[in-house]
Design a binder for this molecule. Structure first.
Ligand code: PMP
Length: 365
């Protein structure tokens, strides 16, 4: 028998696009009762009881592959939003769907335009696809600078990512401004409206994305069950887009990426929409209470439409805040050079945040 010997010089290497990515630093998990997990904008209520029951019911069939086309879930989402199931693509979290979108539309060297700072996965997914991430700085109010974004478009631009309300600043894009933007960009560019936090937005604060989708077929709406619906750990999100793009996204998807448990839980969660809305309104009350108190403490905040608050800070102030939150056992998200994002949760955790920030509040001018 012939034994092939390899030249023993080189070892397998990763693509440069991969080695160039920032190292993945997992968020610290909450490990004790005294730790407040306010770093990931999760729901502090836990899953909706109907979702837990649906998962328990489906668990006995884990030996079977899930429905790869997720027909029942897509039909339920379609009914929820008044579109057809053909216009719905689901994936393992909205970040999974976004990966399908970017790899489905971008060739190497194509450009993905987005605001910065925004959701951290945007540049990573673009780089992974071999596309070029184009970051457009936020405006003075920490919202999207849509004029600058339109000006950043080139003939290589294939996808524009808009995040409303924006993670991490909480600032929404108004309907009027977004519509004017859509009128100004080429119709062959897919404009993704990432609405991961839309359930927390006050009515009328952000765009009527479905109305825009109906008028501008290059609009793609991205939503998730991870935030207000409380299913972050199950991984399920979706896009609303034309049937042709949705069908293409299903082709780029990893087979069976959305588990049967996740599909069942998502359907049960949509069925429990009123219960979700009641939870959301309590979070919004807490958001208002916290924002008012922080402003009274002297913090300058942008009004957040997400389930989080954004404290602008850099240099020494940021370092001090990071250390203080750490010492207090409160897990928050710090962004080097930019600020700290704090999830709005139960009143007791929120009060801990308020007490901590009172100590470090800027002195009144
Ligand atoms: N979009 C935005 C703006 C987010 O903040 C997140 C989660 N941090 C996601 C998408 C992805 O969430 P998931 O993959 O859990 O749906």
């Amino acid at each position: 028998e012939q034994i092939l010997t390899q030249p023993a010089t080189a070892l397998p290497t990763l693509r440069a696009a991969v080695t160039g990515l920032p190292a993945y630093v997992p968020g610290r998990r909450s490990v004790g009762a005294d730790i407040a997990a306010l770093a990931s904008n999760e729901s502090h209520y836990g899953p909706l009881p109907a979702a837990t029951a649906a998962v328990a019911e489906a668990a006995g069939r884990m030996n079977r592959y899930p429905d790869m086309a997720a027909v029942e879930l897509r039909e339920r989402i379609a009914r929820h939003l008044g579109v057809t199931a053909e216009e719905v693509a689901v994936g393992p979290g909205s970040v999974g769907v976004l990966q399908q979108i970017i790899t489905g539309l971008c060739d190497a060297g194509d450009e993905v335009v987005f605001a910065w700072r925004s959701f951290e996965a945007y540049p990573i997914l673009a780089e992974l696809a071999g596309a070029r991430p184009v970051r457009v700085p936020l405006d003075d109010g920490e919202g999207h600078d849509l004029d600058a974004m339109a000006a950043a478009v080139t003939d290589r631009t294939r996808v524009i990512l808009l995040c409303t309300p924006n993670n991490p600043t909480g600032v929404p894009i108004s309907h009027r401004r977004l519509e004017a933007f859509l009128q100004s960009v080429r119709s062959d560019i897919l404009v993704v409206i990432d609405e991961a936090y839309v359930e927390y937005a006050d009515a009328g604060s952000g765009p009527d994305s479905l109305a825009l989708y109906r008028r501008y077929p290059n609009v793609c709406i991205l939503r998730t069950f991870s935030k207000a619906y409380g299913l972050a750990g199950l991984r399920v999100g979706y896009a609303i887009t034309t049937a042709a793009i949705a069908e293409g996204l299903r082709r780029t998807a990893l087979p069976f990426a959305v588990s049967a448990l996740a599909q069942k839980a998502a359907i049960a969660s949509l069925d429990a929409g009123e219960e979700m809305a009641a939870r959301v309104s309590l979070v919004k009350q807490e958001r208002s209470r916290m924002a008012a108190e922080l402003e009274a403490q002297g913090w300058a905040l942008q009004p957040s439409q997400g389930n989080f608050l954004w404290i602008r800070a850099d240099g020494q102030l940021l370092a001090t805040l990071v250390e203080a939150f750490d010492a207090a056992g409160i897990l928050v998200r710090a962004y080097q050079g930019d600020g700290v994002r704090i999830t709005v949760a139960d009143p007791a955790s929120n009060n801990r945040v308020l007490r901590l920030l009172a100590v470090h509040a800027p002195l009144p001018a």
